[in-house]
Design a protein around this ligand. Structure first.
Ligand code: AMP
Ligand code: ZN
Length: 472
């Protein structure tokens, strides 16, 4: 039950835009897109806030290592804000391809520096923050005298300490679990702002506390993100918000489980991060071919968001078949002829779909029910079963609402096996165009592009190769 029905406030930790988002990140955002869509469908007025981390994220989650943006900017010889812009645009493009609905507000860390400074000041005033040589830390030990710091991860202080290093004489921190609220900028650091503690930049955790409180209030309904954020990022968010606002910030914490490849968590640092474009085009050594965005979205929704999901060619191929079957049934539904009576209980099917989603957004159970619907559609079409006129309308409603509005799937021109010929022809045309371009025969390459545009097919050159899309 929301704090203030019919309104729901939902905050989800967004991407750190120093690199392309990988499929693991996409799983989390697609899961929350399902949740956002279903809450809207159920009649709630949702304010969905998903931030963009565009400053302050160091390589280690506990303030160690170099700044991710500064490092990438050096590598690509760009301004840090050019890095931010480049990967924000890339992220939005991927979210569009997966048909995720944009959040209501997408705040950036750099756009909320003053809010983060104000919050840091309040934490110092409450006695739980301290400055050390221009950097401000949160005092976890002092906080723990009155609060359970490890509550969210259900871990004892000693267990949390295991993941940290011993402090030496050089350290500015008082305790091993202390984390930075504000970080002093080294002379070479470009992204810096003035503060009461000198020039610096905010720590990673404070942005989410400051921006969620600003847009959703000091206590709000849902806070989400991947499970990897529980032990440090979200634990620190709770501590900061408690210290500043003296109340529990979040009613329901929701965490998505990890997308893995061969059982190993997909991440940039592990080097097993598939990029969405590599998956769509099939240009990756571990892929036998490409899969469409809707096949991938369907593949992800076939597993509950709290279970791990392992990525494999076989699983994707099975999902592609399932997705095509589902879409074909929706087409067949339009030509079904009603009879006097129904041989199946369509109303109870609708109820089961709602029950599945009301049970912690259980999309795999929803999909199993929809496939019962597919079976009915095909049986009626084959003359083995019958359906009444009113039940046919209910069945159409079930498919349209759950498949399109709630699961966010779309009919695709180029997703189905039936379109194999189109895919092959398009690959051939693209190859001829690329060869022409390589030979600097621009009249041919331009002609191909123009003719395709006339047929409402747009082609796009990306760093992973050329992709194409038919306008809907
Ligand atoms: P980042 O850009 O690393 O801050 O991550 C953005 C979001 O993706 C966060 O909510 C992470 O928890 C989530 N995430 C990162 N890796 C994975 C993964 N392998 N599977 C699912 N979610 C992930
Ligand atoms: Zn966050």
């Amino acid at each position: 039950m929301p704090l203030n029905p019919p309104f729901v406030g939902m905050y989800v930790c967004g991407p750190t835009v120093y690199d392309d988002v990988h499929l693991g990140n996409c799983r989390t955002f697609i899961s929350f897109d399902l949740i956002y869509r279903y809450l809207n469908h159920a009649g709630y007025k949702v304010r969905y806030v998903r931030n963009i981390t565009d400053a302050g994220h160091l390589e280690g989650d506990r303030d160690e290592g170099s700044d991710k943006f500064a490092k990438k900017a050096k590598l690509e010889q760009l301004e840090p804000m050019e890095i931010v812009q480049k990967y924000t645009l890339g992220f939005h493009e991927v979210m569009r391809l997966f048909n995720t609905r944009p959040p209501s507000i997408e705040p950036t860390a750099t756009g909320h520096i003053s809010e983060q400074i104000e919050m840091t000041k309040k934490i110092i005033e409450s006695g739980l923050g301290y400055e050390s040589n221009g950097t401000v830390y949160f005092n976890v030990e002092k906080y723990s005298t009155k609060n359970n710091y490890g509550a969210l991860s259900n871990r004892k202080q000693e267990e949390l300490l295991e993941g940290t290093r011993e402090l030496g004489g050089q350290d500015e921190k008082k305790g091993r679990l202390d984390f930075a609220l504000w970080i002093k900028a080294k002379p070479e650091h470009i992204m810096r702002w003035p503060s009461p503690w000198g020039w610096g930049f905010p720590g990673w955790h404070i942005e989410c506390s400051a921006m969620s409180a600003k847009y959703l209030g000091t206590t709000f309904d849902i806070h989400g993100g991947g499970m990897d954020l529980i032990a440090t990022h979200h634990t620190n968010e709770i501590a900061q918000s408690q210290a500043c606002n003296h109340c529990e910030p979040v009613k329901y914490w929701m965490h998505t489980n990890m997308l893995t490849a061969n059982g190993v968590r997909m991440s940039k640092s592990a080097g097993n991060g598939f990029l969405p474009m590599e998956l769509f085009t099939g240009r990756h050594t571990l892929l036998t071919r490409g899969y469409s965005p809707m096949t991938v979205r369907f593949f992800m929704l076939q597993t509950h968001y709290r279970s791990t999901l392992d990525f494999s060619n076989e699983a994707l191929q099975a999902s592609e078949k399932g997705f095509v079957r589902l879409m074909n049934a929706i087409k067949t539904l339009e030509i079904l002829k009603p009879s006097d009576k129904s041989t199946s209980d369509i109303k109870s099917l609708e109820l089961k779909c709602y029950e599945a989603m009301n049970d912690d957004f259980n999309s795999p159970i929803l999909i199993a029910n929809l496939f019962e619907g597919v079976r009915i559609v095909n049986s009626v079409n084959d003359g083995k079963e019958t359906i009444s006129k009113s039940d046919l309308e209910v069945l159409k409603k079930i498919f349209h609402e759950f498949v399109f509005a709630v699961m966010g799937l779309q009919q695709e021109q180029n997703a189905t096996n039936n379109d194999e010929l189109t895919k092959n022809l398009m690959n051939l045309i693209i190859e001829i165009r690329n060869e022409a371009k390589a030979k600097k025969d621009f009249s041919t390459s331009d002609k191909i592009r123009d003719e395709l545009t006339k047929s409402k097919i747009s082609i796009k050159d990306t760093k992973y190769g050329t992709t194409w899309e038919k306008e809907k």
